[in-house]
Design a protein around this ligand. Structure first.
Ligand SMILES: Cc1cc2nc3c(=O)[nH]c(=O)nc-3n(C[C@H](O)[C@H](O)[C@H](O)COP(=O)(O)OP(=O)(O)OC[C@H]3O[C@@H](n4cnc5c(N)ncnc54)[C@H](O)[C@@H]3O)c2cc1C
Length: 637
């Protein structure tokens, strides 16, 4: 059993007491320590800025040309906090409870409570930075609702919340860059973690413009490298999002937790062709005003305007009257799939349901809807050429977020001392299903308010890294290994493109380990993935060379990792013989078709240890103890 290092004492006091008990690094000593932060999304940028302001030396890495282009910029709908401005009954305890329940009782109580507790500080911090959250006429910050909650607690900046929050964190980061205490390395990709005597001591990176490989030593390494949803090829994630940093850390000994917990978002623009490379999210905020429906009759090909009210099935409102269209994402997604599988899907492929704003426009007027969602409506129109002010949007679920990630304890440190993991890259707070508007909250909580405390406790107990550390053979070996891998990939000169392999893997994962999984499908995927991987290493083609900007080479490295990681994802899904949140095993469902958990046998985090490519990984468990909430069958009816 893994020790999550959850402090003792009452839930409400754990974090406060823990902060008091953590060791401190004295201000004069802080500048003797160097922290390597990989990633500049909300988690990485907020952490790097905070650590630098505290006095540490910080080196920051990202593969984009600017930290501002991290995938966090794409976040649309909003960020949760328990401010209770609308006075509708919200509280820290309610945000905590909704998040635990939303995650289908597969997350740690202590972490989730802390997240709810610091959520309010995040809003204050961001307002102080000038983040232009939407305001009411009175001047108060406005809130809207997201799935899985009956209160309005989501702060937003139109449909561009991630962008505005990232500009705030980026400004804080760049202030530190100009002060000289953060060194920024854009267009630089981490290729390996250096571990010495079981402790994380540095990284190997590749300059993506020149191809040069360089080593960096540090007193702690922080991975803030985002999610791995792109293992499915088609997802709402930025094309560059990948698993490489955490996978390579995993190969160096870091445990990977709950890799099969994938979030499928219900409201995305449906797939329209075999050679599409990306899917587009339509924010969950749209479900505040949009109503989801399908025709009651199968194969009804009439235009939506020709289908009368009596002939429509508002299936979420019918099945879940308390939460209606605002049920959590896993439930909304499965229900959309169920309708389409039953032949009631709409559009050319039959793989879509309607999201209809006609009632809201009638009730509130077009200008109000425009004010709330205009950029999302414009985006939808540009992509589909349909005008959602006049005809319902067509939507279908798509891969969106990964709840799994590197295992971390309460201090956000992995099982490898010195390796911290924050934001979407860790597994920590969302259990088997993340509620909307909670990822931004978690990334910023980790970066601004948790890591800056906990990392000090670790550093206070370790002497600053020696000047000649990079002469250690572990650095040279890791460098050589990264170099050889690149040279080998370039030497294959096969016939199939990197994307072709990625597409094949992604389709297999989506078909066998997507919205619904079953034992025979998962076993089939486990048979086929090694074959795809073997062919990749014999038949991939990568043009160009290593000493130049070579995006095919970059992608090849990431796809090679997806081909190993995909097998672990499926292994985890096969092992978990229950349904929970985003992990729906068809064999385990209630008579009404809802996820059926097995609390007796699976109330634990699965943390996998790497044993070699294609070899069965070792399973470590972290038992989840529920002292505050009562485990129950989730109900949103
Ligand atoms: C379309 C969309 C809309 C969303 N909307 C919302 C929303 O409204 N509310 C909400 O709460 N959540 C939302 N989410 C989820 C949320 O945006 C993400 O979970 C969150 O932004 C992740 O932040 P992060 O800092 O962990 O990682 P990211 O923002 O993904 O940043 C990762 C960073 O790591 C770097 N990196 C990765 N690998 C390497 C490597 N090997 N070497 C060097 N650098 C590396 C990248 O360059 C980047 O800087 C949305 C997600 C999507 C896809």
């Amino acid at each position: 059993m893994l020790d999550s290092k959850i402090p003792s004492g009452p839930l409400q006091d754990k974090w406060t007491n823990h902060k008091f008990n953590l060791k401190l690094v004295n201000p004069a000593n802080k500048r003797k320590y160097t922290v390597l932060v990989v990633g500049t999304g909300l988690a990485g940028a907020s952490a790097a800025a905070s650590l630098s302001e505290m006095g540490y030396n910080v080196e920051v890495f990202c593969f984009q040309d600017s930290p501002r282009r991290a995938h966090s910029i794409a976040a649309q709908g909003g960020i949760n906090a328990a401010k209770n401005y609308p006075n509708d009954g919200d509280s820290i305890k309610r945000l905590f409870y909704d998040t635990i329940k939303g995650g289908d009782f597969r997350s740690r109580e202590a972490n989730v409570y802390r997240l709810a507790e610091v959520s309010n500080n995040i809003i204050d911090q961001c307002v102080a930075q000038g983040v232009p959250f939407a305001r009411e006429y009175s001047g108060y910050l406005e809130n809207r609702s997201f799935g899985g909650a009956q209160v309005s607690r989501t702060f937003y900046a139109r449909g561009q919340t991630g962008q505005q929050l990232l500009l705030g964190a980026y400004s804080a980061l760049m202030k530190e860059v100009s002060r000289g205490s953060v060194k920024m390395h854009p267009r630089t990709e981490m290729l390996d973690l250096v571990v010495i005597d079981g402790v994380a001591k540095g990284i190997i990176v590749r300059d993506l413009v020149t191809g040069k490989l360089t080593s960096y030593a540090g007193d702690a390494v922080v991975l803030a490298t985002g999610g791995y949803g792109n293992v499915f090829y088609l997802s709402t994630n930025a094309k560059g999002s990948n698993v490489t940093a955490i996978w390579r850390a995993h190969k160096k000994g870091a445990f990977l937790a709950n890799p099969c917990y994938t979030q499928i978002h219900p409201t995305c623009i449906p797939i329209h062709g075999d050679y599409q490379s990306k899917l587009t999210l339509m924010s969950e905020s749209l479900r505040n005003d949009g109503r989801v429906w399908v025709p009651k009759d199968k194969n009804d090909k009439r235009k939506p305007s020709e289908i009368s009210e009596q002939e429509r099935d508002y299936f979420l409102e019918r099945k879940y009257p308390s939460f209606g269209n605002l049920v959590p994402r896993d439930i909304a997604s499965r229900n959309a799939k169920e309708q389409c599988d039953a032949g009631k899907g709409v559009g050319l492929t039959g793989q879509a349901v309607y999201l209809d704003f006609a009632d809201a426009i009638k009730r509130l007027g077009k200008s109000v809807i425009q004010e709330r969602y205009s950029n999302l409506f414009d985006m939808y129109k540009k992509i589909t050429d349909d005008n959602p002010y006049e005809t319902p949007m067509m939507i279908y679920p798509a891969v969106h977020y990964t709840m799994g990630g590197l295992w971390v304890d309460y201090n956000l440190m992995s099982n490898l001392p010195g390796l911290f993991v924050i934001g979407e890259a860790n597994f920590s707070d969302h259990g088997a299903n993340r509620l909307g508007a909670s990822a931004l909250m978690q990334g910023l909580a980790d970066g601004y308010f948790v890591l800056p405390y906990t990392i000090g406790d670790y550093l206070a107990k370790s002497a600053p890294v020696a000047k000649n550390m990079m002469e250690h053979s572990a650095f040279q070996e890791a460098w050589r290994h990264a170099d050889e891998k690149i040279k080998y990939m370039l030497s294959i000169k096969g016939k199939r493109t990197v994307d072709d392999f990625h597409r094949e893997l992604g389709k297999l994962l989506w078909d066998k380990c997507g919205m619904a999984r079953n034992e025979s499908g998962l076993k089939e995927a486990l048979r086929r993935i090694p074959a795809i991987r073997d062919e990749f290493w014999q038949n991939v083609t990568i043009r160009g060379s290593e000493g130049e900007l070579n995006q095919t080479l970059e992608r090849a490295g990431r796809v090679a990792d997806f081909l190993e990681f995909g097998e672990l994802l499926v292994t985890d899904a096969l092992h978990r013989r229950e349904s929970c949140g985003g992990h729906f095993r068809e064999e385990f469902q209630t008579p009404e078709g809802e996820a059926l958990r097995d609390d007796e046998n699976f109330t634990y985090v699965s943390a996998w240890e790497y044993t070699g490519v294609g070899k069965a990984p070792n399973l470590h468990k972290e038992e989840l103890k529920f002292e505050e909430v009562h485990l129950s069958q989730r109900s949103y009816k």
